[in-house]
Design a binder for this molecule. Structure first.
Ligand SMILES: [Zn+2]
Length: 353
């Protein structure tokens, strides 16, 4: 439970505090602090700014105000904490005190939980800017610019086998997937840059540099997950770079690192991750582990919108069918291709589908 806003100080409590001069001074300081906290910090004449408050040491916005600015109606159940924002085009489902949000049924993870104080709900300003805003107002390329070339990075390679499931090595299956995806993207009319097209080791920091040198517009990194201890975990995870100053999905709400090269594309990264994740879930039966944020090295260094896909767990029987079979990889590659094309259409023309 977050600390209550200082707006809540009531009359009788205040009167008791006025009994001594020392307390009167304390009251003055408390009221001053309350005024500072409750004041909309970014209010400026003529700007439809949302009121900002500081909660848990970081700026938060009132969810209802953000929803109204985006023409979303709010319904929420204080008992269960379930919150639904809807309009004709979108549906967002939150749960108070958690970082989980569903946009049209697809899970995304916020950096910080939705907070409630009394009957009010708050979303962190960082999440509003880097997750909610790109969902409601997709990024657009400058007029005339197009997505033409996609860099495909098959993770690991050579001396680095990646994850293992028995004798099966991740590096070999992501290469098979990359080769299939290369075919499908070319068929769809895109140029493809292969970071590696055989079993060789390429240092991690060189991979985004190769994409940049060959003028790739997008960077897609392909990986498969594994759990060392068992086979209970399964499902799809799509990662994009953690926005500057935010917390990564697995960091449990800490303060984040500063601005990294890949942060130039925070909005594009999120939208690209969402489109690909959404497309895959629509075409391939996966447990949805959500669009997530991480500071993986290749994402931090990418000089173009970039995502990293963990396309299932190698030691899960369910996911293994998609990973180790030609037909499974072909379906998965088709879904990734459709997601990339959806992103391309969106940023080139600003169309929602
Ligand atoms: Zn990997």
């Amino acid at each position: 439970m977050p600390p209550p806003l200082s707006r809540g100080i009531s009359g009788p409590t205040c009167r008791r505090w006025l009994l001594s001069r020392g307390r009167a001074l304390t009251l003055t300081l408390v009221l001053l602090a309350a005024w500072c906290v409750a004041l909309p910090l970014n209010a400026a004449p003529g700007r439809p700014d949302l009121g900002r408050v500081i909660l848990n040491g970081r700026p938060y916005l009132e969810l209802a105000e953000w929803a109204a600015a985006n023409r979303l109606s709010v319904r929420w159940n204080p008992r269960s904490g379930e919150i639904r924002l809807t309009n004709r085009w979108a549906r967002l489902d939150f749960k108070a005190d958690t970082q989980r949000v569903e946009h049209d049924g697809v899970i995304l993870w916020l950096s910080y939980p939705i907070l409630r104080t009394g009957d009010r709900l708050y979303v962190s300003q960082r999440d509003q800017e880097s997750v909610l805003s790109p969902l409601m107002q997709p990024p657009r390329l400058p007029t005339g610019r197009k997505i033409l070339t996609v860099a495909l990075n098959a993770g690991h390679g050579g001396k680095d086998p990646g994850n293992l499931a028995g004798a099966r090595q991740e590096k070999l299956y992501v290469l098979q997937l990359a080769l299939e995806l290369q075919l499908q993207l070319r068929r769809a009319g895109l140029k493809v840059v292969m970071i590696r097209d055989r079993d060789v080791f390429v240092p991690l920091e060189e991979r985004p540099a190769i994409a940049r040198a060959r003028a790739a517009d997008l960077y897609i990194s392909l990986h498969y997950n594994a759990t060392p201890g068992g086979d209970e975990a399964q499902g799809l995870e799509t990662y994009c770079l953690t926005p500057a100053g935010s917390s990564s999905t697995n960091d449990r709400g800490g303060h984040g690192a500063g601005y990294l090269p890949g942060n130039r594309f925070d909005r594009e990264n999120l939208r690209l991750a969402y489109e690909i994740h959404h497309s895959i879930l629509g075409q391939v039966e996966f447990t949805d582990r959500g669009v997530r944020h991480a500071r993986f090295k290749e994402l931090t260094l990418a000089q173009m919108p970039a995502v990293l896909l963990e396309g299932g767990f190698m030691n899960s029987r369910e996911d293994g069918r998609k990973i180790f079979s030609i037909t499974g990889r072909a379906r998965y590659a088709a879904a990734i291709t459709d997601g990339i094309l959806a992103y391309k259409r969106l940023v080139e023309r600003g169309l929602p589908e």
